[in-house]
Ligand binder design. Structure first.
Ligand code: SF4
Ligand code: SF4
Length: 529
């Protein structure tokens, strides 16, 4: 067992607190809500101490020590808002702005730029500069997914340290010295590691920007919701930025980007570049019109028609996806048992294994395979084809069965089934075969839980102000509509129903699963001890 960490008593702005010995003063201040400004400090990177913005007064120390590199010791007394500190911050800002182009109106970082924010908080003066600024290249294609504006850089070196310390690819360096320095790559070595867009996230200004997000939306028209990346079994914690505005309604209902959300147990502060592209399917190829036998119907009519057809069929097969939430999988199982007694219920993969590394990226490109295992629903695509043979009706929930149908066996089996009810958010080869097509929602429009590859249950969350597309409905509502009236439509009720039968969730509720998820002790693990 590791020794408990020693704690020390410190005083910040007259407030005493007990913290871990050696904790950076900037982090201790954060614990009591004191936000010390910083450009170069990042809690998940090494300390560089080059921007000097976080300097504060510390008793018995010479000058103004930087709080990112000042470890907490017993009796340390610090003040963060004295006249000397304020004057120092204004001076740092003035130096940074000497050569900065201040092209905020055309800068993609406007609205989330630390230089803008700190200028308003700590400087707010006219420039005293009477000479031309140093100019650099404003559009350097340093990599396939990141663009560099060299003259906006404030030389914090966060991007350099990220590439050195996280993917350990070291593509970026600072060239030249003094006010002639600039960020660049080694000749012939682009910024092209699988985590490269994190540099744009941590760049405090508009020097590094994501080529995918650039100029797509002004950030003040976006809202964020904490959720989980659906790109692989790791389940990186993310924020989804989606459009919502009363006046500028063009943005509404669209997803604009995924950004990493800190979870030290899963993804620290990072995510991969592949996962970032997952938001596109919220906007593209969406199904928004319910159809029955090729004719448009209202969603309520289509659900009623589908239910009648499924109820009348002799043998029903139900196939869900490995992106279904635990709650959706549970409702599929209940439909199979309670509505069409004895129906075969499976969950099938629909993405091939892909690139993996020894950090975050998993070969399994499904976010909830572990959940399907827990519910004993996991099927191989070969067993899907076998299960379909002889069925009179099939309910396909979200999964694109034809995506992994290498030998055509699934397609041949589907062609013989007269009732094919498909609940889907996006158009796929499988959705085009539906006799009854019911438009569901995407991963940012629903509430529920996935289980990542390490057995961590994590919350998938709908954006609060996100409006569902007209003609679509939450999948739980659609699935409950296919039942006999006893199935829950609210996520919390579905979870409660599931917790009664799934030992891993026994005694848990959605409220007991925190923002960083929860790794329940499986009954098998208890027995093994
Ligand atoms: S490009 Fe951005 S992250 Fe990199 S050193 Fe410049 S300001 Fe810092
Ligand atoms: S590692 Fe997996 S879960 Fe994490 S961002 Fe990439 S695709 Fe998404």
């Amino acid at each position: 067992m590791s020794e408990p960490k020693k704690t020390v008593k410190v005083s910040i702005n007259g407030q005493e607190l007990q913290v871990e010995e050696g904790l950076p003063l900037i982090e201790a201040a954060a614990q009591i809500g004191v936000d010390i400004p910083r450009f170069c400090y990042h809690p998940h990177l090494s300390v560089a101490g080059n921007c000097r913005m976080c300097a504060v007064e510390v008793d018995k120390a010479r000058g103004l020590p930087i709080s990112c590199a000042t470890p907490c010791t017993e009796g340390l007394v610090a003040r963060t808002e004295t006249e000397a500190v304020k004057k120092h911050r204004a001076s740092v800002m003035e130096f940074l702005l000497v050569n900065h182009p201040i092209d905020c109106p055309i800068c993609d970082q406007a609205g989330e730029c630390w230089l803008q924010m700190y200028y308003m908080q700590h400087d707010l003066r006219d420039s005293r500069l009477g000479v031309d600024k140093v100019h650099y290249d404003k559009r350097v294609e340093i990599g396939p997914r990141v663009l560099l504006d060299q003259e906006r850089c404030v030389e914090c070196t966060r991007c350099i340290r990220f590439c050195d310390e996280v993917p350990k690819t070291g593509e970026l360096r600072m060239a030249n010295r003094g006010d002639r320095n600039f960020i660049t790559t080694f000749p012939g070595v682009p910024l092209d590691n699988p985590y490269s867009v994190n540099t744009a996230d941590i760049c405090p200004v508009g020097a590094l920007t994501s080529r995918d997000f650039r100029f797509k939306a002004r950030v003040w028209f976006l809202k964020e919701a904490p959720t989980i990346c659906p790109g692989c079994a790791q389940g990186c914690n993310v924020e989804v930025d989606y459009g919502w505005h009363d006046i500028v309604t063009d943005y509404n209902g669209k997803a604009y980007r995924l950004r990493p959300r800190v979870n030290n147990e899963v993804n620290q502060a990072w995510m991969c570049d592949f996962g970032r592209t997952e938001y596109h399917r919220v906007n593209d190829d969406r199904i928004e019109q319910a159809m029955v036998s090729g004719a448009p119907k209202s969603l309520a009519t289509a659900i009623a028609d589908a239910k009648a057809a499924l109820d009348a069929a002799g043998r029903v097969v139900i196939i869900g996806s490995l992106e279904d939430t635990l709650e959706e999988m549970h409702l599929l199982k209940r439909l199979g048992a309670e509505q069409w007694g004895g129906a075969t219920v499976l969950c099938s993969p629909d993405r091939p294994d892909g690139f993996a590394d020894d950090y975050l990226i998993r070969a399994d490109k499904h976010p909830n395979r572990r959940g399907a295992e827990w519910l004993e629903m996991l099927a191989a695509s070969t067993s899907v084809a076998a299960a379909l043979v002889g069925a009179q009706a099939v309910l396909i929930h979200r999964v694109d069965l034809l995506a992994l149908d290498a030998d055509g066996a699934i397609r041949r089996a589907l062609d013989t089934i007269p009732v094919r009810v498909v609940v889907a958010a996006n158009e796929t080869a499988t959705s085009r075969l539906a006799t009854h097509l019911l438009p569901g929602v995407s991963f940012i429009e629903k509430d529920g839980h996935w289980v990542n590859c390490d057995g961590r249950v994590q919350r998938v969350r709908k954006g609060k102000e996100l409006r569902l597309k007209a003609g679509t409905a939450d999948d739980l509502t659609i699935l409950a509509g296919l039942g006999n009236g006893s199935l829950p439509t609210r996520m919390a009720d579905a979870f409660a129903s599931l917790a009664l039968v799934l030992p891993e969730l026994a005694g848990l509720s959605p409220e007991s699963i925190t923002e960083v998820g929860l790794r329940p002790v499986r009954p098998a693990e208890v027995t093994e001890r």
